[in-house]
Write a protein that binds this ligand. Structure first.
Ligand SMILES: [Zn+2]
Length: 330
């Protein structure tokens, strides 16, 4: 499919998803949603058949940091001269919400091109053990970015600043040790590095004091966040490691319920999938793409149940890692 038609199809799919959301909302007013229970979750999970590993062999979300480190440590493939990586975060996206029938989305694109999808978990330990850190935004992304659970990074909940002595993120360490020249963090949530008690307020200062080329960029909404990310990707010298978070599943989940049976939440996931697809298109459109070795990861910090998250249910605990490279993990 030519680039123009692909993009056209992406936009039409999104408009259709939006229309279905509006239609679904009307239906939702009159017809109750199916119970968001274990049976319905597993039925949907099995029907969608996205992941190559089983629930029992779910991957800890801390593996993402290791994947990125391993990518930079591995030799350049033949014909490649530079390594790049992007982590695209789908905030609050449940493992059973990835729907490969949405064939203009980023997950479908990665898997169609030979990528891999793994079911993963947040919360510090695997079910059925109780979670040792909230299944919330700050602990989730902090485990993804440091490769550690809260026993090391200290972030058990939102609204607490991380101590730099406990753990630094790969955005900082890979620049500081000279593995990469630059990294960037794109978000619209002020709880990461803007508010007084935000998670990375100390780490941001650390980077500024040391003169490290780590960009912290706050946007107002999802589309501006994606726009800032794509602007970076389109630069000749784009950041070597990009981390960007799209919030639509979390926003729609808190507003109206975290379940893919809810058309509003399902639309939130599709919006993320579409924005991330534009990012991947922009990577492939780089003039130097043929000589670059990109690691692309899509992952989520936590799931959700009813209109919240933080607890120990399957719906909140299970996340995912979708990537263009194989995850070596035992
Ligand atoms: Zn979150």
């Amino acid at each position: 499919m030519s680039g123009f038609f692909y993009r056209y199809k992406q936009i039409v799919s999104l408009i259709l998803a939006f229309s279905m959301m509006l239609g679904g909302l009307v239906v939702k007013l009159f017809v109750p949603l199916p119970d968001d229970n274990y049976e319905n979750y597993m039925a949907r999970y099995n029907e969608r058949d996205v992941y190559k590993n089983t629930f029992e062999a779910a991957v800890p979300q801390t593996e993402v940091a290791g994947m990125v480190r391993a990518h930079y440590a591995s030799p350049l493939p033949e014909g490649k001269t530079e390594k790049k990586a992007i982590i695209i975060g789908y905030d609050g996206c449940r493992a059973d919400a990835i729907d490969l029938t949405f064939d203009t989305g980023a997950s479908y694109m990665l898997l169609k091109d030979g990528g891999h999808a793994y079911v993963a978990y947040c919360g510090g330990v695997m079910l059925p053990d109780d979670n040792t850190q909230d299944t919330s935004t700050a602990p989730g992304w902090c485990s993804i970015l440091t490769g550690e659970w809260a026993d090391v990074h200290g972030i058990t909940r939102n609204d607490m600043p991380k101590n730099n002595d406990d753990a630094l993120t790969i955005l900082t360490t890979l620049v500081e040790d000279g593995t990469i020249d630059s990294s960037a963090f794109y978000t619209m949530w002020k709880g990461h590095f803007t508010n007084e008690n935000s998670t990375y307020i100390n780490e941001k200062k650390y980077c500024e004091e040391k003169g490290l080329d780590v960009t912290y960029s706050l946007s107002s909404l999802n589309i501006p966040t994606a726009y800032e990310t794509i602007k970076d990707i389109r630069k000749d010298q784009c950041s070597d490691l990009i981390f960007t978070i799209l919030e639509a599943p979390d926003e729609t989940g808190h507003l109206s319920g975290f379940t893919p049976d809810n058309p509003v939440y399902a639309f939130g996931v599709k919006l993320n999938e579409s924005l991330a697809a534009f990012m991947i298109d922009s990577i492939k459109a780089r003039d130097t793409y043929d000589t670059e070795d990109w690691l692309i990861i899509i992952t989520s910090d936590h799931g959700g149940i009813s209109k919240g998250h933080g607890g120990n249910s399957l719906q909140e605990r299970m996340t995912f890692i979708i990537t263009n490279k194989e995850l070596v993990y035992d």
